[in-house]
Every structure is written in C-alpha cells, then in structure tokens.
Design a protein around this ligand. Structure first.
Ligand code: NAD
Length: 462
C-alpha cells in the first residue's frame, strides 16, 4: 500500500512536526500495510492556519465554480475506484466486492450530489422586507471514524466545500491510508491550496487539538457517543458550532402481517454487512410472539450462510469487545442460535456471525451498541409493546419497519424516536438527511439538509 509520510497542508505534502508514527494493520492477517505520521497540536495548528488563510477566497468563489471543482473531485474518486477499494480492504478488512460497491461506490454518489447541489442550491431567500444570505460558517474541523472510511470523509468534506467552508480533516487512526488517497484526489481535482487539509494522528492528541483549536468554527464529528459527548462539551464551552453523528442501536420491527422470510433475511444481511460495524445497523430484531420461533430459525439459517463470507472486525480491541458482549449475552440468559464468542480463525480479527434468541430489552446486548456481527431477537406481544421496545434505548439513529402494507409500516415508523426508517425494505437514498434522535447525535448529513449544517444566515432588511 502506498503511504505518504507527511501531512497534506496548504496544497502540498509536508513533513510532520514530530517523529511519531502510526502503523496500519490489515485486520484480516494482522500484518502491517503502511505507516503514517502521528500528528501533534503543532501540525493541527499549521493546518488550521492554512484553512483560515484559504477561507475568504473560497467563500467568495461562486457556488457553481465550487460545484465544478467538487465534480472534478468526484471524477478523481471514480478514477481511483479500484485503488480506494483495495486500500479500504487492506486497512478495514471488508471483502473486496463490498469495498468496491459500497466503500468506493457510495462516496462517488455523495460527492456527485454535492457537485450538483452547490450549483443549484438557493444561497439567498426573500422573507418580507429581508434578504437572507446563507453564508459559510468558516473553518471546519472534521473528525471521522474507520467503519466507512471514505464515506464518512466525503459526507463532511463535500457539503463543507459546497457551502464555501474550508476543512481540516483528522481521520481515524485505523484507516488513514484511505484519507491520504482522498487528499490526493482533492489535489488532482484542483481544489485550491488550503481549502482541504489532512492531519493524520491519534484521537486524543490530534483530534482533541483540532476540536479545541480557536481557529475552528465548526467541529463535525462522527464516532462513538462517549467521544461525541467530550467534543460537544469542548464546542459548547467555546460557543462554536458542532455536529455529532454518534452510535446507534436500531430496531428492525417486523409487524404481524409482514413477509417474515424477507424481513428476517434482510435484517440479518443488514447487520452482517461490514461485519456489523455500521452505526445504523438494525441490531435488534423485534418479532411478535406467534412467529417468534419461526423467525429465530430463519435468522440462524441466514447468519450461518455468512460464516466464511464475512470480513474481520477492524482491530484486536474491537474483536475482544464484541466477543465480550457475546459472553455477556450468554451470562445474562440469552440463547445463542448461531455463532458464538469463540474466534473462528487463528489469524485475523474475525468474529462469528452471531444470533441471539430470548433477548429481553433490559439485557446489555439489547441496550448497548456492540459494533460487531451480532443480532438480538426480541419478542413482543402487541404493537404498543413493540414501540416501547423500539424506543427503549438512549439511541435513535435508524430502523426498519415491515408490515402487510406501506401505510401500516409508515404509521408505526412515525411513532419511532429515530432519524431514518426503511419501510418494507426501502433502499438507501444519498440525498435523504441522515442523523440521530436522542444520544445518536446532533445535526444531519447528506443532501440539502447536510449542506445547511455548514451555512449560517445573514438577514439584510431594506
Ligand atoms: P471513536 O469515537 O473512538 O473515534 C472516532 C474519531 O474520533 C476517530 O478519528 C478518533 O481518532 C477520534 N477521537 C477519539 N478520541 C478523541 C478525542 N478525545 N478528541 C477528538 N477526537 C477523538 O469511534 P470509533 O471507534 O472510531 O467509531 C465507532 C463509533 O462511531 C461507533 O459508536 C459508531 O456507531 C459511530 N459511528 C456513527 C456514525 C453516525 O453517522 N452516526 C457513523 C459511523 C460510526
């Protein structure tokens, strides 16, 4: 794997201030695939200064021109599609086909959507005797996780650039090589110097320095709820804007009239893809008493099919964490019907695709985010109980409802405390706002709603 030994700041790769490095491991075989510099507060400061310097000219660039450059960036992502997929597979471990379709493919759609939105969005509106201008917030500090390494970057950088903001990115330490490829793409696309900057490094060092930097006007963070709370507190104390995309514990609600086989299979597939490392994964499957046993059988069968197809989880720590949750589920009385906590291979951070039956809403595995290939099947007696269970966690990021018809599923979904619900298998829409209710976050990404996160209004009365 190709790795840069510097930071991308002010339009060029430059040496890091310190000498510490991060070694990137392939989770499938635990072998090193590259090394990147571990940035310090000094690197962050240099990058923020570059972003500040570039801000006035970029903010003043006509939106259609910004859109054209984001379009060029999209084209660069298309040109690098194979390299991106191979890099994500090397540092995240996801099967190559999934890396090609999702990890490399979806960011192209999202970048394309912001190329178009920049050119078409009304950055100005009339309200009575006022003209309201939507102006960029300023310098964005973007902090991203490893689970969808490029998607999480593009979700922030594309709308920020479309809005006229400049960006300093601190990607996850497990997947910095994909971030370096993105920086190369931005450079080749002709994004002006300083508009996009990359500092690799550890969260508690480079990430925290970025969140705390007084030259950053908006912190956009995706990651765990625990770190999100810290970032929110830092931003609150400094009265700076903050967007938080955090954890989830989404419910897959299968109502009595639904096509059970379809709903269960889709539910298991949803969790197993990306080895369960999807914040919006439907990790709780809710099934009515009458069809509970049938659903358990179907889910166990479906999970068993993933046995050899699933990739590893990202690192040894996550593997130990997920296996610990499986042990906890057994300890608290849930029944393993597929998989288990034993590591399925000697090498690589693999976890068995696991299904739990007899899960009750108070169990740890029904309340906490596991972030691994684990589905918990919970029984309900009637719709009100299903709703209470679905809404009974601190999270509210996503979910699914299956019913005899869309109207019934929609009526149920409207009562759910969550930001996104797929109705009877509705497909992903890259323009629909994505983000959480409750402790799943603050703010929205994707489409026009994602763009407004990076804008502030100025009203002129005349
Ligand atoms: P994490 O919170 O440990 O790390 C996320 C990012 O924050 C990384 O870049 C990390 O280096 C940085 N970071 C860590 N500590 C920091 C600190 N003190 N100050 C500043 N930055 C810091 O999360 P993770 O383990 O990398 O990712 C998994 C979590 O992300 C899961 O909880 C998942 O649900 C969540 N997630 C949410 C969404 C969403 O859109 N809601 C999407 C993907 C992942």
């Amino acid at each position: 794997m190709k790795a840069h030994d510097g930071m991308y700041i002010g339009g060029a790769w430059r040496p890091a201030a310190g000498t510490d490095t991060i070694t990137v491991l392939n989770p499938a075989d635990e072998q090193p695939v590259g090394e990147v510099p571990a940035g310090t507060a000094e690197d962050v400061d240099t990058a923020v200064r570059a972003a500040r310097e570039a801000f006035p000219a970029w903010a003043a660039t006509p939106p259609a021109e910004r859109g054209a450059l984001i379009g060029a960036l999209r084209d660069q992502l298309v040109a690098r599609k194979d390299e991106i997929a191979e890099t994500v597979t090397a540092e995240l471990g996801s099967p190559l086909q999934f890396s090609q379709m999702v990890h490399a493919g979806v960011p192209i759609l999202v970048a394309g959507s912001y190329a178009e939105l920049a050119a078409t969005y009304a950055f100005e509106e009339k309200i009575g005797n006022s003209t309201v201008y939507m102006e960029p917030v300023g310098v964005v500090g973007a902090i991203t996780p490893w689970n969808y390494p490029l998607h999480q970057i593009v979700n922030k950088v594309a709308p920020a650039l479309a809005a006229g903001c400049t960006v300093v990115l601190k990607p996850a330490e497990d997947t910095p090589l994909t971030a370096q490829l993105f920086a190369e793409a931005a450079h080749e696309a002709g994004i002006p110097a300083g508009v996009f900057n990359l500092v690799t490094g550890l969260g508690a060092v480079a990430g925290q320095a970025l969140a705390e930097h007084e030259g950053v006007d908006l912190v956009s963070f995706t990651g765990s709820t625990a770190v999100g709370k810290q970032i929110g507190a830092i931003a609150g104390a400094a009265v700076k804007r903050v967007a938080l995309e955090l954890g989830g514990k989404s419910a897959n609600v299968i109502l009595p009239g639904a096509d059970l086989t379809k709903a269960v299979k889709a539910g298991v597939a949803n969790v197993m893809s990306n080895s369960g490392q999807t914040c919006s994964a439907w990790t709780r499957m809710l099934v009515d008493s009458a069809r509970y046993d049938e659903a358990v059988e179907l889910a166990a069968e479906a999970a068993a099919k993933y046995g050899s197809r699933i990739g590893p989880v990202v690192n040894a720590k996550q593997q130990a964490r997920v296996r610990g949750y499986i042990d906890k589920g057994i300890e608290e009385g849930a029944r393993v019907v597929a998989g288990g906590s034993e590591a399925p291979r000697e090498q690589g951070y693999y976890v068995q695709p696991t299904v739990f039956a007899d899960v009750t809403p108070d169990m740890t595995i029904a309340r906490e985010e596991i972030f691994g290939p684990v589905v918990s099947i919970i029984r309900y007696e009637d719709e009100d109980e299903a709703l209470r269970i679905a809404n009974g966690t601190v999270y509210g990021l996503a979910g699914a409802v299956w019913a005899a018809d869309d109207a019934e599923a929609i009526a149920f979904a409207r009562r759910m405390e969550t930001g996104q619900v797929d109705i009877n298998g509705g497909s992903f829409n890259p323009l629909a706002p994505f983000g959480g209710y409750k402790q799943s976050g603050v703010g929205r990404e994707l489409g026009p709603h994602g763009l407004t996160e990076y804008l502030q209004t100025k009203s002129l009365q005349f």
